[in-house]
Design a protein around this ligand. Structure first.
Ligand code: XMP
Length: 576
């Protein structure tokens, strides 16, 4: 499988879900703010749901369907449901009623969204949903839609309600039973519910929302104006849990162990006794996918690990050691450094570098696949393992079963005419679930928690110039120091990515009595949830000092270390 990096495409949810605490250690006073991007929900919750096709799912587990009305946090709702141990799937709001019914969900959640229920073209509610005999919970727009459709009153308020709000629970009903009378919650709306529909009980209010929660427990219809899925609603997870367990009657059975069991069964069914090939990058997605397939079909799987010489220090050996020695996975490791460096000679333009690396990767992979076929008497591998994640499925609007090879990464993007059938054991999983499955399968912590690393590797971190062996080695050593110190400080997991950049410039310095003319190393460390937005990490000063002085003392070629304090936007995470 060819999932070179762990860099996921945009997920619209998730910006708020794990606001990390400020990095530990002694923070500079001016930098003691938490490290997440803005925690405000943007007023305009972007586009309405794109036409997506549901994923083909054969898993016979209890399921909650989350209907996406285009809210920024729809994915997050699905993730939170899974955090409660219940499988959930995010489907577009316009999916056919039969499609939903076919899944026999235990409950349905209607997400938030940017539209006004009374506006022309607003996504409507298929009232057939309410006849399926399963509980329905509307969140934000989802609640307004229920209220509006069932005869309550929704209007635009004078002022919107964005951010933290105080919620007062007047009547706990079934949904809010056991919750404190006063609590904070996170709101993001301008339209407001003024009157609950006939037959409903208004449960709670906030200063700007006369009706902030409603229910008609006899019909199994519930609505909340606030966002239970974000961490800023402290009782949000408890409310979701209550809906799932007490109201929908779900058992919390969705776990890493159950995923492994289910996937192993499905892979065996799909693959039979055919051969399978997997491009291993050392990233968590390809590692977990490979281990799942190996657990399912053992030696029918061969992994191909292409070491392009652009990896971090010792990373290639770690991958080989883990898979070949520890897990005894049949592994072909190709040392292709020279080939890749030859292709990179004289190339400075970042896109040209990416292209050169991508094309060479495909060549090497094809060569190895045909060698394997020859070795097995001309029997080609029929299957290719691919680490597609659920976020990829959602974002690409895919899921029709006509899977495409990931195209958003240019290393490892294999051409369409490779005649493999895909095995995609992570297709229903979010990233954190992939990590949990990796841990369940015994993958070493270092691999489970590896930060994303771009497919073209260090080559795109030598900016403005050629990625020569000499520069790559300097960068690799600098990066190694950074990683060592970040890990020592216990900050590795708190950072989305931490790495060094080596611009093709030299600056003057003085060391001892000598004037030097050396490389500048740029330190880049960011926090992020999904790489769509990122904030520069406020690393402790002492740590920065240790890193800088180690680099200058230990690396003869380096005489200056600088820190990149640009967030994304306006910057990108990588420099090229
Ligand atoms: P930017 O720099 O666009 O990066 O903020 C977002 C995420 O994508 C990763 N990235 C890449 N991954 N091939 C990859 O496989 C690439 O060419 C590439 N460029 C950027 C980056 O590391 C970050 O996680």
């Amino acid at each position: 499988m060819i999932d070179a990096p762990e860099a996921l495409p945009a997920s619209r949810g998730g910006v708020l879900d794990r606001s990390p605490a400020p990095l530990s250690g002694s923070l500079p006073a001016s930098a003691a703010e938490p490290l997440t991007p803005s925690t405000e929900l943007p007023g305009s919750l972007t586009d309405s749901a794109s036409p997506r096709t549901p994923i083909v799912r054969a898993t016979p587990v209890e399921e909650i369907v989350v209907l996406d009305y285009g809210g920024q946090y729809s994915q997050l709702i699905a993730r939170r449901v899974r955090d409660c141990g219940v499988f959930s799937e995010l489907l577009p709001h316009h999916v056919a009623l039969e499609e939903i019914a076919r899944r026999k969900p235990r409950g349905i959640i209607l997400s938030g969204g940017p539209a006004s229920v009374y506006a022309d073209g607003a996504p409507p509610l298929d009232q057939g949903l309410l006849e399926l005999g399963v509980p329905v919970l509307g969140i934000c727009y989802g609640m307004q839609l229920l209220v509006h459709t069932l005869g309550g009153r929704v209007e635009q308020a004078e002022v919107g309600e964005f951010g933290r709000s105080d919620l007062v629970v007047a009547e706990s009903g079934v949904l809010l039973k056991g919750m404190p009378r006063e609590q904070t919650c996170w709101m993001s709306h301008r339209d407001t519910v003024y009157e609950a529909p006939p037959g409903f009980t208004a449960l709670a209010s906030s200063s700007s929302s006369p009706v902030a929660a409603v229910e008609d427990s006899a019909r199994g219809i519930y609505g909340i104006q606030f966002h239970p899925e974000v961490v800023h609603t402290p009782y949000g997870q408890a409310i979701l849990t209550r809906f799932l367990t007490e109201i929908c009657g779900c058992e919390p059975t969705w776990s890493a162990a159950s995923i492994v069991e289910e996937q192993v069964r499905r892979i065996r069914q799909q693959v039979g006794d055919a051969s399978v090939i997997c491009g291993l990058s050392g990233g968590v997605d390809s590692s977990v996918a490979a281990l799942l397939v190996h657990r399912a079909v053992g030696e029918q799987l061969t992994c191909v690990f292409v070491d392009h010489g652009l990896m971090r220090k010792d990373e290639g050996e770690q991958v080989i050691k883990t898979f070949r020695d520890t897990f005894r996975v049949p592994l072909v490791a190709v040392d292709a450094e020279t080939r890749f460096l030859d292709k990179l000679a004289g190339v400075s333009d970042p896109e040209a570098k990416r292209k050169a690396i991508g094309a060479e990767f495909i060549r090497v992979f094809e060569e190895e696949a045909s060698k394997l076929a020859k070795a097995s008497g001309g029997r080609d591998a029929r299957f290719l393992v691919q680490g597609t994640l659920y976020s990829d499925v959602i974002e690409s609007g895919g899921g029709t079963g006509a899977a495409t090879i990931k195209s958003h990464h240019n290393v490892g993007g294999l051409p369409d005419d490779l005649k493999f059938e895909l095995v995609e054991p992570l297709r229903a999983l979010f990233k954190d679930e992939v990590r949990a499955v990796g841990a369940e399968l015994g993958l070493p912590e270092r691999l489970v928690w590896r930060q994303p690393f771009p497919g073209p590797g260090l080559a795109i971190r030598i900016v403005g110039g050629e990625a020569t062996k000499e520069r790559l080695d300097v960068l690799r050593e600098a990066d190694h120091i950074l990683q060592e110190e970040i890990r020592k400080a216990g900050l590795y997991r708190e950072l989305w990515q931490s790495f060094c950049v080596l611009p093709d410039v030299r600056t003057v310095g003085v060391q001892g009595d000598e004037r030097t003319y050396g490389y500048v190393v740029v330190l880049r460390a960011v926090t992020s949830d999904d790489a769509m937005t990122a904030d520069w990490a406020r690393l402790p000063y002492d740590l920065l000092e240790t890193i800088a002085s180690r680099m200058i003392n230990e690396l003869r070629e380096v005489n200056r270390v600088v820190l990149d304090i640009t967030s994304k936007p306006p910057g990108t995470i990588e420099w090229e």
